[in-house]
Design a protein around this ligand. Structure first.
Ligand SMILES: Nc1nc2c(ncn2[C@@H]2O[C@H](COP(=O)(O)OP(=O)(O)OP(=O)(O)O)[C@@H](O)[C@H]2O)c(=O)[nH]1
Ligand SMILES: [Mg+2]
Ligand SMILES: [Zn+2]
Length: 355
C-alpha cells in the first residue's frame, strides 16, 4: 500500500520536506484507544504512543493525535512505534464533550466529506441535522446527508421527508439508502471517490457500521440491533476506525453520538444559517438578539414567512449554546492564567526564603 492510498497528498509531502522530517516514517492514525494509537504506514500497522515531550507540552486535546491524523513516527521491531509529530490538519471535526462542559472532543481529522446518517424511522430529526451541518461547516468538511433504513417506510413517506429537508437545508446532497435492500447503494458507491476521506456521523443504531461493512464487502465492524428495553446509551461501535475501500475511498466509522454539542462554531453557524445571518446585518441594533427588538430584520422575515420558524428557533438555541461555551472557555483561561501567576509568585517566594 502506498501512502497516497491512505489519502496522502502534495501539501503533506511539502510539509514533510520543509520540516526536515526525513529521518521519520509517515503514517496515518487508523484507530485510537486511550492515548494509544494504531498507525498504518507503507510497512504495515504499528501500535504507537507519543513521545514524552509531546505529552509534556500538550496544552489541550488538539495536541494529541486523533483518528485521521498524519504523523511522523519512528518504528521499532515489527509492530511498535513512537509518534514524534502530528502533521498539520486540513480539517478537524470536533464537538463539545458531553462529559465536561467546555472540553472539546475530536471526532476525526483530515476528513473531506462527512456522511450525516439519520434513519428515516424514529431517528429522523431536522434540528439535529442542522447541528451536524454546523459542526461540518465549522470544520471545513463537506456534508452529505444519508437517510438510512428507507425499507422501513413507503415511497410517499420518504418523499415527504425529502421535501421537509429541502425547506430548511439547501445545497447539501441527500442520499436515501437501505442497508437491507441495498437501494441507493449505486449512488453512494459513485459518490465515494478514491483517495478522499469520508467519516460517518449519526446516532447509535442508524446503520453506520452496517453500511461500512457492506461497502467494504467484509465484516470489519460489529453491528447489532439495540432493543428498546436495553436502550440505555448502549453503543455497538465503541471506537473510531479508518478503513480503505476497494474503490479507493477511505471511510471512518464512529460510535453513535447521543448529544452533538457544538463548540467554537461561529463560522459553522454563519454557513448553516446563512439566510438568517445575512438578514441580521440589517437589524437596527448591532447586538440584536432577534427575539423582541424593533427593527429586527430576522423577526420581520419570520413574520412574512420568508424563513422557517423551526429553523430560526434552532438557530437561536445553538447561538446561546455557542455563547455559553465561549464564556466557559474564557473563564477557564482566566483561571489558568491566575493559577500561572500564583505558581510564579510561589516559586519566587520559595527562592527568597531559601537565600
Ligand atoms: N431495516 C433496516 N435495518 C438496518 C439498516 N441498516 C442497519 N440496520 C440494522 O440496524 C441495527 C444497527 O446497525 P449498526 O450498523 O450497528 O448501527 P450503527 O450506526 O453502527 O450503531 P453504533 O455503532 O451504535 O453507532 C442493526 O441491527 C442493523 O441490522 C437498514 O437500512 N434497514
Ligand atoms: Mg457502529
Ligand atoms: Zn435582529
Amino acid at each position: 500500500m502506498k501512502l497516497e492510498d491512505l489519502g496522502y497528498n502534495n501539501q503533506l509531502e511539502k510539509f514533510r520536506i520543509d520540516s526536515s522530517l526525513n529521518s521519520f516514517e509517515i503514517g496515518r492514525v487508523v484507530a485510537e484507544h486511550k492515548e494509544r494509537y494504531i498507525i498504518r504506514t507503507t510497512n504495515g500497522e504499528f501500535e504507537a504512543e507519543i513521545t514524552g515531550n509531546m505529552r509534556f507540552t500538550a496544552k489541550s486535546r488538539e495536541d494529541f493525535p486523533a483518528v485521521g491524523d498524519w504523523v511522523a513516527l519512528t518504528t521499532y521491531e515489527s509492530d511498535f512505534a513512537i509518534i514524534h509529530k502530528i502533521l498539520p490538519r486540513f480539517s478537524i471535526i470536533k464537538r463539545q464533550a458531553v462529559e465536561q462542559f467546555g472540553e472539546i472532543q475530536i471526532i476525526a481529522t483530515n476528513i473531506d466529506y462527512a456522511f450525516l446518517v439519520q434513519a428515516v424511522d424514529r431517528d429522523f430529526n431536522i434540528n439535529r441535522l442542522e447541528r451536524y451541518l454546523t459542526i461540518c461547516n465549522s470544520s471545513k468538511v463537506s456534508p452529505i446527508i444519508v437517510l438510512s433504513k428507507i425499507d422501513l417506510m413507503n415511497e410517499h413517506q420518504i418523499s415527504e421527508i425529502l421535501e421537509n429537508i429541502k425547506v430548511r437545508i439547501k445545497n447539501v446532497p441527500v442520499l436515501a439508502i437501505s442497508n437491507e435492500s441495498q437501494d441507493g447503494y449505486d449512488t453512494i458507491k459513485t459518490t465515494i471517490e478514491k483517495g478522499e476521506t469520508y467519516c460517518m456521523l449519526g446516532s447509535s443504531g442508524v446503520g453506520k457500521s452496517t453500511l461500512l461493512n457492506n461497502l467494504s464487502g467484509r465484516t470489519i465492524m460489529k453491528t447489532d440491533a439495540i432493543s428498546d428495553s436495553t436502550n440505555k446509551g448502549r453503543h455497538v461501535t465503541s471506537h473510531r476506525e479508518l478503513i480503505v475501500l476497494e474503490n479507493g475511498g477511505i471511510l471512518v466509522d464512529n460510535p453513535g453520538m447521543r448529544e452533538v454539542g457544538i463548540a467554537d462554531s461561529t463560522s459553522g453557524l454563519e454557513i448553516t444559517f446563512d439566510r438568517i445571518v445575512s438578514l441580521s446585518q440589517n437589524c437596527k441594533f448591532k447586538d440584536c438578539t432577534h427575539t423582541n427588538e424593533t427593527g429586527c430584520s430576522v423577526l420581520e422575515a419570520l413574520e412574512k414567512g420568508e424563513i422557517d420558524k423551526a429553523s430560526y428557533e434552532n438557530y437561536l438555541k445553538m447561538e446561546r449554546e455557542k455563547a455559553h461555551f465561549e464564556s466557559t472557555v474564557a473563564e477557564r483561561r482566566k483561571k489558568d492564567k491566575e493559577f500561572g501567576k500564583f505558581v510564579k509568585n510561589y516559586k519566587k517566594d520559595m527562592k527568597k526564603n531559601k537565600y
